[in-house]
Design a protein around this ligand. Structure first.
Ligand SMILES: [Zn+2]
Length: 87
């Protein structure tokens, strides 16, 4: 059975949209990984088990509340990692 947390894809997608708004922050692979980890730790996981399930989750997931919460957690994570990068 194929199982994955759909939030991983979604958070990465949203992070790419936010990067141009933070020209002062480092977004190397290490920092991006830290940002995504931090944000995911504060967001509820969304597991999907099949290709069909993934499509369903995608449709169901795209509501305003989830998007607002995801961006809020990402912005917090960007500021935290930006203030204390691990390198
Ligand atoms: Zn970095």
């Amino acid at each position: 059975m194929f199982l994955k947390n759909y939030m991983e894809d979604y958070v990465l997608e949203k992070l790419d949209e936010l990067i141009p708004k933070y020209p002062g922050c480092c977004f190397c692979d290490k920092c991006k990984q830290d940002i995504v980890n931090l944000a995911l730790n504060h967001l509820p996981p969304k597991y999907v088990s099949t290709d069909k399930g993934e499509l369903f989750a995608r449709v169901e997931f795209f509501n305003q509340q989830c998007e607002v919460e995801t961006i809020k957690q990402l912005v917090t994570a960007i500021e935290m990692v930006g203030a204390h990068p691990r390198h």
